[in-house]
Design a protein around this ligand. Structure first.
Ligand code: 6YU
Length: 498
């Protein structure tokens, strides 16, 4: 098949690249990507900390098995460690796999015993599991995951832990607060009070033990880009406005206007900008504006911030087998995942660290995780201020007044003007209909002159793998396939007018 229709893709993240790949391989002759920045990859971004390769954006292949196209591509390009490829690794059921080795430290400078912590962890995981079972009830009677967890936990604590001493009970509640902060990072939400209970179960996990790219996630982008024509992407070319349903005589129905005033006529545009960007700029990005039902879904779906703060040490202060470190504040006021005074105590939102493994490769590097408005405030501080606060934090929790990080590096996704946060989550009142609205092409009225003018891809348009790289990639393929099947019927092959 050879197709002359002109397709413009807005954004060169994984979804835009995936769409371009499919179209070019299917014989589309005029495919162009317009990217606002000077690089490909979007939220897949690999950086360095000293000699170490570290991820600023996406870290893991979630569920590295045959069903995951990111895993299949990474394997094909030879980007994974051999142990990742073993059937044992692919066979891991994440829902029932044993706890990863974890260290818990408290704000009074002591290492907590496993037996003090595990009952709280167990209760929390039970509640998270139950939170995913409300799809058919639309979340009633709780609107958000936070409300559900708090009310159920209080009830169960009163029943199950009534004979336990007050200090242990109090500590366990603080552990539950810590787990809620973990969940905020996982969901990319400021608070679990903003995550809708009715749609929480929409997200689907794939089997297999999550894995990383030893040479960096951007290796995937480089390999995919090397298979596309060199001049396919125009960098530093932000799109200002998509003029669709343009009925002026002699004009193409679709015109893409760039920030530098350049105007590009096209038959189809695939918009892959992040939901955070769309929330902020939808009123100027589309002319005429988005239909109301689509706009409401853009508003209802959530898009928050999760950032990383890397810290490197000369020697470890955690156990040799430790995979995760949790920092439990002992002065929490009930079950909470928000900090009351962000400027003074933003650091309380950082739940802890993942330990970069293997040690032979990374040395002693920790990746700290922080979500929400606290993390957005952190972005406004200088790197020195962040390093100072991290040093104070670690000294306090380890009880060691001399421990000092060698290097610190953090991400700043909220202030990235082309992303405006990290990834999407189902907000309060959301349902699968919102994700379906997100992916619906324009114009929605099939009787109009030119169908499939504006198509939508990107992680926030996938009904069950939103917020992930594999979800984003699949949406790029989905929209390319929509155009391919449109042109497979010869009656639809319409040449570009101008
Ligand atoms: C995953 C992981 N991961 C950590 C962090 C982040 C993300 N994700 P892009 O933004 O890539 O591309 C759009 C392009 O458009 C971009 O280049 C822009 O510059 C450009 N653009 C914007 N405006 C423009 C304009 N006007 N004109 C032209 N161009 C314009 N995913 O699989 N594993 O470990 C993580 C993580 C810190 C920030 C992640 C992870 C998310 C992925 O990175 C992300 O989905 C995709 O890269 C997006 O690709 P794209 O093409 O759509 O957009 C209920 C329940 C919920 C449970 N949630 C599960 C959570 C699982 C996610 N976990 C994530 C964790 C980490 C650590």
């Amino acid at each position: 098949m050879s197709v002359n229709a002109k397709v413009v893709i807005v954004g060169c993240g994984i979804s835009g690249i995936a769409a371009a790949h499919r179209l070019v391989n299917a014989g589309f002759q005029h495919v162009q990507i317009l990217e606002a920045t000077a690089r490909s990859g979007g939220r897949i971004k690999t950086g360095t900390l000293g000699d170490n390769i570290v991820e600023i954006g996406a870290h893991w292949i979630h569920g590295p098995t045959e069903e995951n196209p990111v895993f299949c591509l990474a394997r094909q390009y030879g980007l994974l460690d051999p142990e990742t490829l073993t059937p044992e690794n692919q066979g891991v059921d994440v829902e029932v796999s044993p706890h990863q080795a974890s260290n818990f430290f408290s704000s009074s400078g002591r290492k907590l015993n496993a037996e003090d912590v595990y009952p709280a962890e167990e209760m929390f995981y039970e509640l998270i599991y139950e939170s995913s079972k409300f799809e058919s009830q639309g979340g009633e009677p709780w609107a958000c995951v936070g409300d559900f967890i708090r009310s159920k936990a209080e009830q169960r604590v009163a029943e199950k832990w009534k004979d336990i001493d007050a200090a242990t009970r109090c500590l366990r509640l603080c552990v539950i607060s810590n787990m809620l902060k973990v969940e905020c990072c996982f969901n990319g939400a400021h608070s679990m009070d903003e995550v809708g209970l009715g749609a929480y179960g929409l997200y689907k996990t794939l089997p297999g033990q999550d894995c990383t790219f030893p040479g960096g996630y951007e290796g995937l982008i480089k390999n995919l880009m090397s298979e596309l024509p060199r001049d396919l992407v125009t960098y530093n070319r932000p799109v200002r406005c998509v003029h669709w349903n343009n009925t002026e005589k002699e004009e193409n129905s679709l015109m893409i206007e760039c920030d530098d005033e350049k105007k590009i006529a096209a038959d189809h545009v695939i918009v892959t900008v992040p939901l955070g960007y769309l929330k902020k700029h939808h009123s100027t990005l589309f002319s005429p504006p988005l239909p109301l039902h689509k706009l409401h879904s853009v508003e209802r779906l959530g898009f928050g911030t999760t950032n990383v703060i890397y810290v490197e040490f000369d020697s470890p202060w955690w156990d040799a087998d430790c995979e995760n470190i949790y920092l439990v504040w002992e002065d929490e006021d009930g079950i909470v995942d928000q900090v009351p005074d962000i400027q003074r105590s933003w650091i309380k939102k950082l739940f802890g660290f993942t330990v970069l493994k293997p040690t032979e490769r990374y040395g002693h590097v920790l990746c700290g995780w922080i979500a929400g408005h606290e993390s957005e405030y952190m972005e406004t501080l200088s790197e020195q201020e962040v390093a100072h606060t991290m040093t104070q934090l670690i000294r306090r929790f380890t009880g060691n007044p001399t421990v000092t990080p060698r290097r610190v590096l953090r991400s700043q996704w909220f202030h990235d003007p082309w992303t405006c946060g990290s990834y999407s989550y189902p907000g309060k009142g959301c349902s699968v209909q919102d994700l379906e609205n997100m992916m619906e092409p324009l114009p929605t009225d099939g009787s109009l002159l030119q169908p499939l003018q504006v198509l939508f891809a990107g992680e926030a348009t996938h009904t069950c793998y939103f917020s992930t790289v594999h979800g984003a990639l699949l949406t790029g393929w989905r929209e390319a396939d929509r155009l391919i099947s449109h042109y497979s019927s010869s009656s639809n092959s319409k040449p570009l007018k101008s």
